[in-house]
Structure formats: structure tokens, C-alpha cells
Ligand binder design. Structure first.
Ligand SMILES: Nc1ncnc2c1ncn2[C@@H]1O[C@H](COP(=O)(O)OP(=O)(O)OP(=O)(O)O)[C@@H](O)[C@H]1O
Length: 253
């Protein structure tokens, strides 16, 4: 689905990604982990076409990423970024409706089908009650739920999440991770996420891509990849792995 070969990227001469190569499988939840500043968001921005001027190759569905137009790419991928940066007081329904814009012609209204998708996604994310509320009036976690509704309304083949649950409480985080697992199973959705919560990463991910200092340290199946040694190498933190319940993070460094 995605193949990245020898990807290198610098900001103003400062190298941030160094010879990164991997392939993402369809119908899996892959989580990118690594310390602050290791290059996770930069990598995500590159493979979603939000950053350019890299060295190396990025293939999406066997075509070079740079050969896709913005509209074509937006019909296939949706991205939820780290921060919700909407300063204009659009109503929440207007924001979720923007998720349908890759599918409509310029100047045309949304179709009945588009509106049905919007309402369904707002119901799934429990944001329908905010339909007429300006997004600027919501809390951080509520805004993230609206952004989740907008991303789902895009009906993507691949959903990218950059710490998309960072402001959500544990109930909604688990609700959405379960919803994504269901969509992966039933609709063959592919999810690529960045998460700092190692317990949830371990419980919900199929594959782990571990980055440190802009290099891939490890990439593979979660159960084989998330080991106490990897977490020690990445973060300098000790963990114990409980075979039944996942990770136990120990507060000694
Ligand atoms: N726009 C930018 N201009 C210059 N340097 C940048 C820019 N964005 C990120 N960087 C630098 O690139 C490096 C990687 O940043 P990136 O945001 O990709 O890391 P990250 O792994 O996502 O970090 P975090 O876990 O803190 O979100 C950091 O050293 C950061 O300071």
C-alpha cells in the first residue's frame, strides 16, 4: 500500500529523517513510536504529501506519491493532525461537511448521500449534539472528536492519526480505537497512527514502526517488536510485559 525507500529529509540543513525504508500493509493498524523529536510527525507529513523536497522514494498504491493530485489523494487518505487549528467559528457540522469536499464538484451543494454520511459520522463520534455549535467553543477533546467525524466522513482507504487522541479521555480513546479495529476488520481500512501511550499502542496495533534520531530502529509485528529492550533503547524506561494484559511501565529510569 505504501512503500518508502531511502527517505531522507532535512529542515534548513538539519537532518531529521535518515535513510528510512519500510512498507505499510493494507488492512492493518501501524503505530509509529519514538521519543520526542525523533521524526514521527515529519515522516507522517511526508507520506501524506504535506511536506515535499525530500530525497528517496514514496510509493502509494504502486504509484509515486508526487504523481497524485491533491483531490485524488484526498479521496483516498484522511489525516487528523496533532493540533486542531481552526480559528474561524465554523459550526461543527460545517467542519464535518468539509470532509466530503474531495467528492463534490466546485460550487455544487452536498448531495443527500453526502449529508447522510456526515450525519452518520457525527452520530458515531457522539458529536451530532454539537452540530450548530461553533468549533471554537468546544473543549480540546470535543474538537478532536469533531475532527475524527470529519476524517471518517472522507471515507478514506487510509486514515492517518497524529496523536489524534491526545486530548480525549480514556472512554473516547478506547471507543475510537475499538471503532477503528472494527473498520479495519469489516472494511479493510488501513490506519497509520502516532501514539505516545505505549499500553494502548501495544493493545491495539498490528505493526510497530520504531523511530529514533530519524532512523528506523525496528519495524514488525507488535507482539515481537514491543519488548522491554526496545522501550529501554528508545526511551531509557524500564517496562515489564504482562502476557495477558500488555505492558506495565515501571517508574524507574
Ligand atoms: N517546521 C520545522 N522547522 C524546523 N525544524 C523542525 C520543524 N518541525 C520539526 N522540526 C524538528 O525536526 C525534528 C523532528 O520533529 P518531529 O515533529 O517530526 O518529531 P516527533 O517525533 O513527531 O516529535 P513529538 O513526539 O515531540 O511530536 C525535531 O528536532 C524538531 O525540532
Amino acid at each position: 500500500m505504501y512503500t518508502v525507500k531511502n527517505l531522507c529529509f532535512s529542515y534548513d540543513g538539519k537532518k531529521v529523517l535518515d535513510n528510512v525504508s519500510f512498507s505499510i500493509e493494507q488492512g492493518k493498524l501501524t503505530t509509529i513510536i519514538g521519543p520526542n523529536g525523533s521524526g514521527k510527525t515529519t515522516l507522517l507529513n511526508l507520506i501524506t504529501g504535506q511536506l515535499s523536497k525530500y530525497n528517496g522514494e514514496i510509493y502509494f498504491q504502486n504509484k509515486l506519491l508526487e504523481s497524485y493530485g491533491v483531490k485524488e489523494l484526498s479521496q483516498k487518505i484522511a489525516v487528523i493532525s496533532q493540533n486542531v487549528d481552526i480559528r474561524f467559528p465554523f459550526t461543527c457540522m460545517e467542519v464535518v461537511m468539509m470532509g466530503r469536499s474531495p467528492f463534490k464538484s466546485r460550487m455544487k451543494q452536498l448531495s443527500k448521500n453526502d449529508l447522510d454520511v456526515v450525519v452518520r459520522c457525527m452520530e458515531m463520534t457522539e458529536t451530532i449534539k454539537f452540530s450548530d455549535t461553533p468549533i471554537t467553543d468546544l473543549s480540546g477533546g470535543e474538537k478532536q472528536r469533531v475532527m475524527m467525524a470529519k476524517a471518517l466522513a472522507q471515507t478514506p482507504q487510509i486514515l492517518f492519526l497524529d496523536e489524534a487522541f491526545s486530548n480525549m479521555d480514556i472512554k473516547y480513546t478506547i471507543k475510537f480505537l475499538n471503532l477503528l479495529r472494527k473498520m479495519i476488520k469489516e472494511e479493510n481500512l488501513t490506519v497509520i497512527s502516532i501514539m505516545h501511550d505505549l499500553n494502548l499502542t501495544d493493545l491495539f496495533s498490528d505493526r510497530i514502526l520504531a523511530l529514533k534520531d530519524g532512523k528506523v530502529v525496528k519495524y514488525g509485528k507488535t507482539e515481537q517488536t514491543v519488548t522491554p529492550q526496545l522501550i529501554k533503547d528508545l526511551f531509557g524506561v524500564h517496562i515489564r510485559k504482562n502476557e495477558e494484559k500488555g505492558l506495565v511501565i515501571l517508574p524507574t529510569i
